[in-house]
Design a protein. Structure first.
Length: 245
């Protein structure tokens, strides 16, 4: 097979964080792929112990007719990061032959999730988002509510969930009951109409009533670090949700 190389124009992203007083450095990932329809993108960079962990995703555009020759794809970004050894993780490889690049190929970021949590994410920045598009059509599990006087920790988040459809309907699980209603959402704003549910008897320690009551008081939202936060009015509390694993 003829060896050719196609270099994708580097995606250079500027990141201005100066954590640890680090100098700006360029991080580049190059990968040999089966054909020219593949692309690669750097998704995250973490500091884990004394290493930088770079996580990239490789994917193939099914609508693109790539020449059936081995190619090379590349992505880069500039980042304020400490000077330390770098380890690369690649998600999305589907071909069987072994790459010469000294990267670690994984199926899902969950394989290294515990190690990432022990470190610090450098890219992308952990910024709040109030864009509704990241909230809709996902199932969110209630983890906790913090108020000025107490914190409610939910031992079984998978039993308290919401899913906001693009049609303005919310589908909810209230412990042993299921229900829903209507909602309205805009940039940073969210409110629920009256919610209804089935009426099965839940265990005595169920948070069914609390969950439904608090949802109907929600006035705003934001996303941070992949979690959804719903704000109750007058700074009376914040509900925290995680995406369904």
């Amino acid at each position: 097979m003829q060896m050719t190389k196609r270099m994708i124009l580097p995606l250079v992203l500027l990141f201005c964080t100066t954590a640890w007083g680090a100098d700006e450095k360029e991080i580049t990932v190059k990968l040999t792929v089966p054909d020219s329809a593949w692309t690669i993108a750097i998704e995250e960079v973490h500091r884990v112990g004394n290493e930088l962990w770079v996580i990239a995703t490789v994917s193939r555009n099914p609508d693109m007719m790539g020449a059936q020759v081995i190619s090379t794809v590349q992505a880069s970004l500039k980042l304020a990061a400490p000077d330390m050894p770098t380890k690369y993780f690649i998600i999305g490889k589907t071909w069987d032959w072994k790459n010469e690049e000294l990267y670690t190929f994984i199926n899902d970021i969950k394989q290294i999730e515990a190690e990432l949590k022990s470190g610090t994410r450098l890219y992308p920045a952990a910024e709040r988002s109030t864009d509704p598009q990241w909230v809709l059509n996902k199932t969110w599990q209630w983890k906790s509510t913090i108020t000025p006087v107490e914190k409610i920790d939910v031992s079984n988040p998978e039993r308290y969930t919401i899913l906001l459809t693009a049609e303005g309907k919310v589908q909810a699980r209230f412990d042993c009951n299921r229900g829903g209603g209507n909602y309205e959402i805009s940039e940073g704003k969210l409110s629920f109409g009256p919610l209804m549910s089935t009426r099965m008897a839940c265990p005595p320690d169920s948070l069914y009533s609390q969950f439904m009551k608090d949802l109907q008081q929600v006035s705003s939202f934001f996303l941070q670090d992949g979690n959804l936060y719903l704000e109750l009015p007058y700074d009376s509390g914040t509900m925290k949700f995680r995406p369904t694993p």
